[in-house]
Design a protein around this ligand. Structure first.
Ligand code: HEC
Length: 159
């Protein structure tokens, strides 16, 4: 009796305990996706909802464009990317070296701990069906057919 209560209590504690830095787990990956800001752009509606992760659309990308001198980019579907890259090791190599157009902060991903990248991969794969690709990149001077946010060059003070 005492023993089973103890087991129940430790199971509860385990379920609510935060994932620790250095862990490689889906739970840690879920936390990293939030704290590293990946949902901000790669999960449709995340920012608008005040930070609610909808598991149906989490990291499937967004069809809201980001327009600047580079053209118009879309935060891609990371579920598809994880599958295209293949294994966890392949994803790690890719995450440490890929380049992307603005406003993707790819240099931040390069700087992530290996354990966090592995956890992120496991979390992305755990989310289930991959879904559809986001709209194609639109080169400068061409008009996108989706809504988009304009990031203009800095406006300098006169004089
Ligand atoms: C400010 C918005 C923003 C944030 C924050 C962001 N991304 Fe992105 N991401 C983008 C956009 C836009 C693209 C598409 C860039 C392009 O078309 O070259 C992109 C592209 C990528 C790609 C490249 C896919 C390819 O084509 O090879 C990866 C991988 C990626 N993001 C992962 C992440 C991860 C992991 C995080 C969290 C650490 C993150 N992104 C945070 C906007 C963002």
């Amino acid at each position: 009796m005492k023993h089973s209560m103890l087991l129940a209590v430790s199971a509860l504690v385990a379920a609510s305990a935060p994932a620790l830095a250095g862990d490689v787990s889906v739970k840690r990956g879920a936390q990293v996706a939030i704290t590293a800001g990946c949902h901000d752009c790669h999960t449709a509606g995340y920012s608008e909802s005040g930070g609610k992760v909808d598991p149906a659309v989490a990291l499937k990308g967004a069809s809201l464009g980001w327009q600047g001198p580079w053209g118009t980019t879309y935060a891609v579907n990371l579920r598809l990317i994880a599958r295209e890259r293949g294994s966890e090791d392949d994803f790690l190599t890719y995450a440490k070296s890929f380049q992307a157009r603005p406003p993707m902060p790819f240099y931040n991903v390069h700087a992530m701990d290996e354990s966090d990248i592995r956890s992120l991969y496991q979390y992305i794969v755990s989310l289930g069906e991959a879904g559809e690709p986001t709209p194609e990149y639109v080169p400068p001077g061409q008009e996108p057919i989706t809504p988009y946010i304009v990031i203009a060059p800095p406006i300098m003070p006169k004089g």
